[in-house]
Design a protein around this ligand. Structure first.
Ligand code: ADP
Length: 163
């Protein structure tokens, strides 16, 4: 257990936020005082949802939890981390396949800003197969089939954007 008052940042594209992301955020809240969900512009990624939509979906989910903030960010995580005075980064590890990318990301972030430590959390087993990419792919064929993997507001938004 970490003792000092802590503020962690959870960066990602969240296109869209899924129950897997939510599981990681809830685990983060057990260990840390505040979690800021940092929604990346996605750089060159062709996202299904706009940045504003991705931020709004996350805000709706955590609207009753004062320990969770949702912010959009552009540019380097290393700079945004400093700007919002976070203490650490949290990321989710689903499987060994995530490890290499996440390991490299944490190493480069630490080189860019030596104050950044990345803490990895694993989700409940039922979410290990879940990714935003999979959700988008399945939902494009039949949005109803992802109903158990995303919150209701995300399901509604998927129906609207894929109509
Ligand atoms: P990516 O970095 O591939 O664009 P996201 O931005 O959606 O993925 O995800 C942000 C973070 O959440 C990453 O650390 C990713 O590994 C993690 N994550 C995504 N889905 C899950 C899940 N189902 N369980 C645990 N962690 C997850």
């Amino acid at each position: 257990m970490v003792n000092k008052s802590t503020h962690v940042i959870y960066p990602g594209t969240f296109d869209p936020i899924t129950n897997g992301h939510i599981d990681i955020i809830n685990r983060g809240l057990k260990l840390f005082d505040r979690v800021t969900i940092a929604v990346s512009t996605g750089f060159n990624k062709n996202t299904l949802f706009t940045l504003a939509q991705r931020v709004t979906l996350a805000q709706e989910i955590f609207k009753d939890n004062p320990s969770v903030d949702v912010l959009a960010f552009d540019g380097l995580l290393a700079d945004f981390f400093m700007k919002i005075k976070a203490d650490a980064v949290i990321r989710g590890l689903r499987a060994v396949s995530d490890f290499e990318y996440e390991f490299q990301m944490s190493a480069i972030n630490h080189k860019l800003n030596p104050d950044i430590e990345t803490i990895f959390l694993t989700p409940d087993e039922e979410y290990t197969c879940l990714s935003s990419t999979m959700i988008r792919q399945v939902a494009k064929i039949d949005p109803n089939r992802v109903s158990s993997f995303v919150p209701e507001n995300v399901l509604k938004a998927l129906h609207q954007v894929l109509r």
